[in-house]
Design a protein. Sequence first.
Length: 1010
Amino acid sequence: MNQIKIIAAFFFLLFSSSSSAQLGFCTGSKGEPIFTENFGNGTNYGPALPTGTTNYNFVTGSPNDGSYTLFYRTNLYSTWHYSLDHTPDATNGVNGKALIVNANASTTGDFYKRIVTGLCVNTTFEFSAWVMNVYNPGSGFCGASEIPINVRFEIWNDTETVLLGSGDTGNIMGTFSPIWQQFALVFTTGAETSVVLKMKNNGVGGCGNDLAIDDIEFRACGELTTISSPPLSGQLYQACSNQAPFSLTFQAATTGVLPHFYQWQSSSDGITWTDIPGANAAGYTATNISSTTYFRTKAAQDVANLNNSFCSTISDIFTVSFLNSPAAPISNGNVEICQNDPFPPLSVSANTTSGVNWYDALTGGNLLQSNTTSFTPAAAGTFYTETYDLNSNCLSTTRTPVTLSIVPLPTATISGITSICAGNSTVINFNGTPNAEITYTIDGGADQFITLDATGFATLTSPVLSANSTYSLVSITSPISASCNQTIAGSVTILVNPPPTASISGDTSLCLGDNGSIQFVGTPNATVFYTIDNGPSQFTVLNAIGEKTVAISNVTTTTVVRITEVSTAGGSGCSQTLSQLITFTVVPLPIATISANQTAVCDGDTVVLTFTGTPNSQLTYTENNGVNQTIDLNGSGTATLTTQAITTATTFRLVKAELLQSPFCFQSISDAVTIAINPIPTATFTGGIAYCSGETTAISLAADLVGTVFTWTVAQNGTTGATAGSGDQISQLLLATNANSTATYTVTPVYNNCTGNPMTIIVVVNAIPEPTLTDGAICLLTGNTSAQPYVLDTGLSTSDYSFEWYYEEDLISNANGSTYDAFQIGEYAVVATNLISGCVSPVVTAVVTESVLGESLVIEQSEAFSENPTITVTVVGGEGPFYYQLDDFGFQTSNVFTNVAPGFHTITVVDDSLCTNLTGTVTIINYPKFFTPNGDGYNDTWNITGVDGSSLIYIFDRYGKLLKQISPLGSGWDGTYNGQPVFSSDYWFMINYPENGTPKTFQSHFSLKR
């Protein structure tokens, strides 16, 4: 938008006519779109429209005056509305695009142009599009100077010589929110079969006249075709889901007097349509409708045109949809009542939008009660509930059963044996209603329960009784309903006669060969029957106080005595089978042995004595026939004892073994173990204890006892190669890893398994000197005159080492320092000797060559404001190869630097020999492409640095207005005009500057971002 456009805008407002052709929409039925232009989708700009579609220029970004782009949102400037395209995502996918145009006065041509061919003659068509003024007057940018958009629709013949129809939208001012508006032009062809469609700029240039266009369509427009389904009214039929499938008859009617042909179509979603084979009459009956279905018909005056979207129209849509059936009622539970109880109501639950009806059958049947969730029956049975929607009267697909049951009162009796001997039990019998639960008591105690089986019978075995006991009925409960019960009477009393008793006891644990006795106790004068080791039955009679003792002698094996029966005499007497027994267990006499973990030890060592024998017994022993001592064996029959230090031969002897629990059996034991004494060796060594790194130790080991063997461990301190070992020689190659290296050997002598005191040997390992030399070059000036020698440095100090230098394997006289100045090319060598240890280094060599050094740099650079700022560096003198560095970046082999950032730069050049080390400086003049005046301290101002201080810089907005004049030496532009921040946009600048004494001017643009 420039000043010329603004002037033209005022001219238009003052002198343009307000008359224009009238646009309008098709009032009849429309055909399928012959074409639809929705401009695709995606988040990128474009692509450009095909050649000839528009005479506006395509840009990939925010369009300036006379330009357009395709994009998925419209707020390409902060003064424009944010809006997505008009096309629904279901049609065009997400991020659909629109045609976005920045119109101007000099481009009054076509926004959009398209040729349509293959049209039918004498046919009416509709040319439509959606348009939006993208300018937001709320931004205040244009103010009262806002220019509205105005789009002209035109239809021409194919040679664009005859205007067939036209109309314009009129002025559309910007709105405070984005509004898409649809406009259409309707016309009728004559003999034309091809036309040219145009959407033209009918507005003027200036601030405004920016618009978006989307969803351009061209379709046939014919007589109005409507669909009905008598006797239904409207174009929507809603059926209950449980009515499916069903049939429905449709009738198409087209206005006008000419006959029409039809092709009926159906769709499951209202988007994708399918022709119905054979459905070509005005009437059509759809069968087996079971889901939501849409119906329409294509209409044409010739049957051949039904499949030609250029010559056919489409009726309105008749929709058949299904209403959901209400959920079936939820039963609040079946009800059971006891005989003679009053009948309660049955109930169900349903949602608030449904009513409930009660029936006497699962399907069909008689209506018992309507519109209620509860029902009180007059007799037992199952009743069925059905919901209906209070609005649609649709019924639930199923009925919910609710049952009322009547439970009869249960009955029961009790019986059983009425006399038993004490100590016995009896069986109580219950009879009554099958599966009922009986409540009873025993001797008037707490209620107890028993359940009859399916035959109405149950038995209960009493506990062993010692006194009379009475079982009494209390009540009975129906198995069908716990609430259905009654109190009942009846009882059985069991008379109990006491039985005789007897028991057996005695000492059951005997030492081998001891005598035992049996004690019988029980009912006075009762006869007790018993067996010994399951032998023949024997008996004895208890005395008047109920006691009797029987003896058994010389028990040598386990013996079992068992009572089998006790009885009393007389007709009213009772007998009792018994199975009580006692077992006489014979305890073996304890045994024991003694042993030691070793029978010969070193002087002063201890031994571990091991005692084994009868578990849990106590052993008595002596040491060298001294006083008796005792030790207890554990449950496994073992015990151990660690002796005091033994210095003389010692004998440990057993005396006795005794059990610690009843019957305390014991016997004498004769067993012993004797411990002998072995001598301890003392170690010595011979040999050196100081070595140079890389030498082998020579240390011999000896002891005062012939046959002594040696083992050693080692602790390394700055050494490697020292390892643990055995033998009488330590011969190991040791290496030093630092200046103070040692290896400490700890030698242990062993004779006849007796270990002597360890001996420590500290071996010092002196490091080998490690001089280092680096290959280098003697630096020469151009003309091969020496600039400086090459210094060979060992890295060692003369205070610690002496040195011998060699040139080409010949000793250099008087060269004994740690460094040497080489003036000749060739191979040099050095040997270093440690002044304290005398250790000598290996020979270290280096090769010295010659190199001519570079003398100066020639630096060339591209012109100021070059698109690709370039620096070229040339080295004067030297042999190379050279390496080039820009500022602190890495070195490179190329002498050319491209895309160099504006500002001051340092160039460094070196060569392989490090003889050359040159630096130079250069300044690149360019300008920042954007700045962000948001106060964060980064890119807050815009300026051009590195140019002559006399240069002048001018900054303009995109309309050419001068906003600021600045100097390269100043602080730059802060993004304000008259103290107010300007909008984020592109801004232009012009700079007048001298270059090599010649005045120059440069213009370009940059972005302000907020």
